[in-house]
Design a protein around this ligand. Structure first.
Ligand code: ZN
Length: 58
């Protein structure tokens, strides 16, 4: 198995990564992606809702 970050041989200690650094990089990406989506989805509820309200039609 090779490190998904840098493609080097993985270290048993940091499987599937080759080093702590690569494990941290992957974790950082994961956390960013995981937190941004649910967090921003809730905050985007307000502008989306105002757009959904009845527009002033005359
Ligand atoms: Zn690596």
């Amino acid at each position: 198995m090779s490190c998904p970050i840098c493609q080097k041989a993985a270290d048993a200690k940091y499987r599937p990564f080759c080093s702590r650094r690569c494990a941290d990089i992957d974790l950082g990406r994961w956390l960013k992606g995981g937190y941004v989506i649910p967090g921003s989805a809730q905050e985007e509820d307000d502008p989306a809702r105002s757009e959904d309200e009845n527009p002033p039609r005359h």
